[in-house]
Design a protein. Structure first.
Length: 124
């Protein structure tokens, strides 16, 4: 197998992982929808480069943590029965990581978007 076909195969596995997560995880679908909203705002609003970068970083962080959360949940389910207290703690801690990232991503978005929204409203 040459380098190019190995790379294509790796991307195929990654794409499959995204699709599996999208199909099976409601939270991931919600975060993907929010990400498309952010992308639309990036197209519509003339943000500065650093604002765009920060919004993309915050959005990507939430998506990556949601993917990690899904992976950890599946691994935990393999190791112990669902009702085990350690498994519950692991899942709750990972969910908390996603929650913290989401709250801060929304805060960042509000801080960046608010001045633009204010200017838009004052011109209407």
């Amino acid at each position: 197998m040459n380098l190019f076909s190995a790379l294509v195969q790796s991307f195929g596995h990654a794409w499959r992982g995204l699709l599996v997560t999208y199909r099976t995880e409601r939270s991931f679908r919600i975060h993907v929808a929010a990400s498309f909203l952010v992308l639309a705002l990036l197209v519509l609003i003339p943000f500065q480069a650093w604002e765009r970068a920060l919004l993309l970083l915050a959005t990507a962080s939430v998506l990556v943590l949601e993917l990690l959360n899904s992976m950890v949940e599946r691994l935990a389910d393999l190791m112990k029965p669902r009702m085990n207290a350690y498994v519950r703690d692991i899942k709750d801690i990972m969910a908390a990581a996603v929650l913290v990232a989401s709250v801060f991503a929304v805060a960042i978005a509000c801080l960046i978007i608010w001045p633009y929204a204010g200017r838009f409203i004052s011109h209407v």
